[in-house]
Design a protein around this ligand. Structure first.
Ligand code: PEP
Length: 250
């Protein structure tokens, strides 16, 4: 089965509610493709307004994180049911910025993964190596260990909806991009792990996105690779012209 391309934008800590709605509307109106999926990831405070703005258009909406408890005395946290009620269908989990700045661990990633799946939210599960790990020849080990940690407790049924995003840390927001060969090799490693753990059916169906300085100029060659099924885009998802350029190139 051919995997459908997904172009996803992670807006991180950018845009007010009004700016988010404006951007989502521009993406919705400017997107000329119905042969691929397009997703936007606003901040929590803009989630509902963006979901309402793109309702029924086919543009998908993701939260950028979730907490694993549904409710309770957990000041400032946001749960799966709350995200679903906002109209989002996806959630980004384990982004390297969460790992780097907010104490995200394999354990907390796996708790978030379980919570997302329990509530019918599709995880976009981010993994990737640092430059030191790549230069030490540890890329494969790091990817396998992050996959095992974040997907601990899942089986081939519960893991089926998961989307994996390979995001080499050294390529995020740096202007450096993995070559198409580096990206395809890492994605093949991920698919091989998924096949070994969950079976070849799940591995063949699983979408694996590439993230790390994707732009209109490099999107086509990256997404043309056998194992690259789309892109998770940070910086270039913040301007409609750039994001629509990536969608057009996909
Ligand atoms: C990201 O943060 O997920 C990302 C890929 O960022 P950028 O496109 O800016 O490198």
């Amino acid at each position: 089965m051919a995997r459908r391309i997904l172009v996803a934008g992670n807006w991180k800590l950018h845009k007010t509610v009004a700016e988010s709605v404006e951007m989502a509307t521009a993406v919705m109106n400017g997107c000329k493709r119905n042969d691929l999926d397009v997703l936007v990831g606003p901040t929590f405070v803009a989630l509902n307004a963006v979901a309402m703005a793109v309702k029924d258009s086919g543009v998908l909406v993701a939260a950028q994180n979730l907490y694993w408890q549904d409710q309770g005395a957990y000041t400032a946290e946001i749960s799966g049911p709350m995200i679903k009620a906002c109209g989002a269908t996806h959630v980004i989990i384990g982004h390297s910025e969460r790992r780097q700045y907010f104490g995200e661990t394999e354990k907390t990633v796996s708790l978030r993964m379980g919570a997302a799946l329990k509530h019918g939210l599709i995880p976009i599960f981010c993994i990737g190596e640092t430059i030191e790990e790549r230069e030490a020849g540890q890329t494969e080990d790091v990817l396998v260990s992050q996959l095992a940690g974040g997907m601990a407790g899942l089986d081939s049924g519960s893991a089926a909806p998961v989307i994996v995003a390979y995001e080499p840390v050294w390529a995020i927001g740096t202007g450096l991009t993995a070559t198409k060969e580096q990206a395809n090799e890492a994605h093949a490693t991920i698919r091989e792990y998924l096949a070994g753990r969950f079976g070849s059916g799940l591995a063949e169906d699983c979408r694996i996105l590439y993230g790390g300085s994707v732009k209109p100029g490099n999107a086509a060659e990256l997404m043309a690779q056998e194992h690259v099924d789309g892109a998770l885009v940070g910086g270039a998802s913040l301007k409609a012209e750039d994001f629509l350029g990536i969608i057009a190139a996909a």
